[in-house]
Design a protein around this ligand. Structure first.
Ligand SMILES: Cc1cc2nc3c(=O)[nH]c(=O)nc-3n(C[C@H](O)[C@H](O)[C@H](O)COP(=O)(O)OP(=O)(O)OC[C@H]3O[C@@H](n4cnc5c(N)ncnc54)[C@H](O)[C@@H]3O)c2cc1C
Length: 494
């Protein structure tokens, strides 16, 4: 059989890969695009969000299919583990996350970094919380002109179907934002005031409908197979290249040694911030910065008790600014499995307080060529150290989290202000970072093209080179728009 040939091959079907597909299609209608995904397609609707399934048992049974090689259900944490968590002690049980798997050797040593991934059509986009806040000016790539970046963010909002106030009119949330705004708004521009958290979701009569990659792909989900196909349960083991030109990809079924070749005009590696550098490494593409600078913003968690007659439903956001380097999400907490103390009578409110971390080349993902993971690729481990400045910043942030809790209501009795284990943000960045020049501190240029290659691009949060606190998916899709536009412009031949 003659080898298959495609104009564009995208490895990974999460939001980043899907954004490339959609934007290349916009500018290059005839492009023959193949998307390759190591995990299965879980729902009949390509890349649809699992939280739209109301039945929790049904949802749980489907989620395990995204757990890569280990599909055993994650048992919910028990009462004793909750007690340990509320008291603020280190709690390895927090590393159990249904529908996700830990891609690295998670050794419970000091400075543990748990690198979570999901493997299914839609990637983590089938279970993300859909928060699409915009990055502050200091979080944005300094060498991309501000107006270009702003336009790219608008494109990303369009792709994700962001709604700026998806539960508009929630009186309790509005009143709470006013109280928070009185403290945090002075000195900010209105776009950075305390506000509703923008979500990639559509309000409906039955509540919110959450957007997965079905929305990012839009009409592409119905395209004929000749011009767009997603090959599920298929892993890319190697990008084949010669003298800076990619000629195609070697694909396999996870668990099988048989492989086949697909010729490709352009390849985009959109495998998440751990698996994208893994695939480049496995393909012998190893720029000095590959896998280095891994960055995860910390999460401080604080449960508050709010006294209210009208339960709050909406999510709120305190944006990061130049002088407030934190991003804070406030939302009703679902504590159905959590033992509450008897004097807890109000509404439980959760706070996810993102705290930036210092970036260091020594914090890095490593690959072991002598051991294989479930896809047959080199095993992943992570070396990571917390800096003294991080520790100081976390202490400052904990104080602000308690202050915010006091404005919401009060810190819930029995709940400590805790720092979740590193990796809990699921927002890993930097491992395939972009740079202004090929000086050894970056993997790709500002259009995400790998240095030294004509037709190889990388995508996803790993491309982000800056210190951040804000949820990154909108930002990484904005950066993807530059690469997609360049590919269509350079490669369209029809
Ligand atoms: C519970 C949860 C809540 C979240 N909430 C938010 C939020 O509110 N806001 C936000 O901004 N972000 C959030 N995130 C993070 C968000 O989901 C990710 O930023 C986003 O999905 C990253 O997109 P991606 O396409 O780069 O990678 P992914 O979505 O991880 O997709 C990568 C895909 O590549 C596949 N792959 C990997 N290696 C290979 C290979 N060799 N061959 C073939 N396929 C491969 C994987 O199987 C995977 O399906 C959340 C994530 C989770 C799990």
């Amino acid at each position: 059989m003659a080898p298959q040939s495609k104009d564009v091959v995208i490895i990974g079907s999460g939001p980043a890969g899907s954004a490339y597909a959609r934007l290349i299609r916009r500018d290059w209608p005839e492009a023959r695009i193949l998307m390759v995904e190591a995990g299965p397609q879980i729902l009949p609707q390509t890349g649809a969000h699992l939280d739209n399934i109301v039945d929790l048992e049904e949802r749980g049974a489907l989620e395990v299919l995204a757990q890569g090689g280990d599909r055993t259900p994650r048992i919910p944490i028990n009462k004793e583990e909750w007690e340990a968590r509320r008291a603020g002690g280190f709690d390895a049980s927090q590393l159990r996350r249904s529908g996700l798997f830990i891609a690295n050797d998670a050794d419970p040593a000091e400075d543990l970094f748990a690198g979570f991934s999901a493997a299914n059509v839609g990637g983590m986009g089938t279970k993300w919380s859909t928060g699409t806040p915009t990055p502050s000016l200091t979080e944005r790539v300094p060498f991309i002109p501000a107006a270009e970046m702003q336009a790219a963010i608008a494109t990303a909002e369009m792709l994700l179907g962001t709604h700026k106030d998806p539960r508009a009119g929630d009186p309790t949330a509005i009143a709470m934002r006013e109280r928070l705004g009185a403290v945090f708004n002075p000195g900010r521009t209105p776009d950075r005031f305390v506000q509703p958290m923008p979500l990639a979701a559509t309000p409906t009569a039955d509540g919110l409908r959450y957007h997965g990659t079905d929305v990012v792909l839009g009409p592409m989900v119905d395209e004929p197979a000749e011009i767009f196909t997603i090959l599920a349960e298929t892993a890319c083991r190697r990008i084949v290249h010669e003298d800076g030109v990619v000629t195609g990809v070697e694909l396999c079924r996870p668990g099988s040694d048989d492989s086949w070749f697909v010729a490709a005009g352009t390849v985009i590696v959109a495998c998440d911030a751990l698996h994208s550098p893994q695939l480049l490494h496995a393909s012998g593409i190893r720029p000095q910065a590959l896998g280095r600078y891994i960055n995860d913003h910390y999460i401080i968690s604080q449960i508050s008790e709010m006294t209210t007659d009208v339960p709050m439903q909406a999510m709120s956001w305190i944006p990061a600014t130049e002088t407030f380097p934190f991003s804070v999400t406030i939302a009703p907490a679902s504590l159905n499995t959590m033992p509450l103390s008897p004097d807890f009578t109000g509404q439980p409110i959760g706070m996810g307080f993102f705290v930036p971390a210092d970036i260091s080349p020594d914090n890095r993902v490593l690959f072991d060529d002598t051991r294989r993971d479930w896809m047959g690729l080199p095993a992943i481990s992570i070396r990571w150290k917390q800096s003294d400045a991080d520790r100081a910043r976390l202490e400052l942030a904990k104080g602000i989290a308690r202050q915010i809790s006091g404005i919401i209501g009060r810190p819930a009795p029995g709940f400590a202000t805790i720092v979740l284990p590193v990796g809990s943000s699921l927002h890993y960045q930097g491992t395939i970072r972009m740079g202004e020049s090929d000086d050894g501190t970056s993997v790709c240029d500002r259009n995400s093209r790998v240095w030294g290659f004509d037709n190889l691009y990388v995508a996803g949060n790993g491309v982000i080179p800056t210190v951040t606190a804000t949820n990154p998916t909108l930002y990484s899709l904005a950066l993807a728009s530059f690469g997609a536009a360049e590919i269509a412009k350079a490669r369209r031949t029809h």
